[in-house]
Ligand binder design. Structure first.
Ligand code: KG4
Ligand code: ZN
Length: 338
């Protein structure tokens, strides 16, 4: 068993966790959302400063909550990519310093790998191979997880990520930031069939459409046009129905692609990860389709869908158990393929 102290500072959450393989001993998430809300989105410079102010306290809290001393920690990990460079640097530098001072192995973790392994935190029986549907604010991908750290991307969005679409639609409906949770809440009180919206499709040069790739920018534009038309006609925008129709379109698009991919590749398990994995419409839609096709679909606990350090610790424990470590010269990358 491997006990890891993990740090995640890729965007707007200062998170520190201690995990023992798939068991979470402590998970601290100091959210910056209220700070960024006033700007309508994440301001990178503000995020870095907030991480600096919060990180030491979050580390101390994680150790206190886990009731552990340093001698019980087997390794230190931090997200090294992708993300905001200044924000990543705070967490990575803190982790490298702790590894040096306490003479522990160090590991840099890819943020998306954290989201993939978040499902492990509630599923002791999940092991590769499986299909990961990764739906966050920056990424939307279908990933064939073959083994620890061995992945193949089979499909992705050609434009906006699913979470980004939620955030943009929320902004145009004047619902604030972040958009996913508020749209999800309103959608549950609206009619998903109130408006027919286009599910973005990616054309193939040979004709027909790509089975796994998605597109959400056309859908976002369609919502904008719908709202503009309603306003032009002097009608009140039925926000709950627009939210429900939009959410249902995203959920159906993701479900259709994930199911096709799993069936084509003979994978019987779909593990969903990333902030949009918290979405009630996606959960319902995908679960129903998976049951129909005799597939298993797994979601992380809600608190581990959005950014957290427990998922980074879980991915790190997998790697450290396999003997993987990173050099202390490791740097951060704003963009890095999985
Ligand atoms: O994984 P995450 O915390 O950060 C990234 O790595 O991007 O994902 C954040 C994204 C945001 O776009 C947010 O609006 C979306 O996840 N999100 C949701 C929900 N909760 C968060 N989208 C739809 N429904 C939700 N319940
Ligand atoms: Zn994330």
């Amino acid at each position: 068993m491997t006990t890891v102290l993990a740090i995640e500072t890729s965007c707007d959450e200062t998170a520190v966790a201690i995990v023992n393989n798939r068991e979470v001993y402590s998970s601290i998430i100091a959210s910056q959302i209220p700070v960024h809300q006033q700007y309508g989105g994440v301001v990178p410079e503000v995020a870095s400063r907030q991480h600096l102010e919060t990180i030491n306290q979050a580390i101390a809290q994680a150790l206190e909550q886990a009731k552990l001393d340093w001698d019980k920690i087997d390794g230190i990990a931090a997200t090294c990519a992708p993300g905001l460079v200044g924000a990543l640097l705070v967490g990575l530098t803190a982790a490298k310093t702790l590894a040096m001072v306490h003479n522990k192995p160090f590991l840099g973790v890819h943020h998306l790998e954290g989201h993939i392994y978040a499902t492990y935190l509630s599923e002791p029986s999940l092991n590769p191979p499986f299909l990961s549907l990764l739906v966050s604010g920056g990424h939307t991908s279908l990933i064939y997880v073959k083994d620890c750290g061995i992945h193949e991307t089979l499909g992705q969005t050609r434009d906006d990520a699913a979470g980004e679409a939620f955030d943009k639609v929320a902004r145009l409906l004047k619902l604030g930031y972040p958009g996913g949770p508020v749209i999800d809440k309103l959608a549950q009180q609206g009619d998903p069939q109130a408006f027919v919206l286009p599910e973005g499709k990616v054309s193939l040069p040979s004709g027909g459409f790509h089975r796994y790739d998605a597109s959400f920018s056309g859908l976002k534009t369609a919502v904008l046009r719908l709202v503009q038309q309603l306003e032009k006609d002097g009608k009140q925008v039925p926000v709950k129905d627009v939210a429900a129709s939009f959410q249902d379109t995203v959920a159906r698009s993701l479900t259709k692609r994930a199911i096709a991919c799993a069936l084509d590749y003979g994978l019987d398990t779909i593990a969903v990860g990333g902030g949009v994995a918290a979405n009630s419409g996606l959960r319902k839609n995908l679960q129903a389709a998976a049951t129909e096709h005799n597939l298993r679909v797994l979601f992380p606990p809600l608190k581990f869908c959005t950014d957290n350090a427990a998922m980074i610790g879980c991915a790190a424990a997998e790697h450290l158990s396999s003997g993987h470590t990173s050099p202390l010269t490791l740097g951060v990358e704003s963009r890095l393929a999985l």
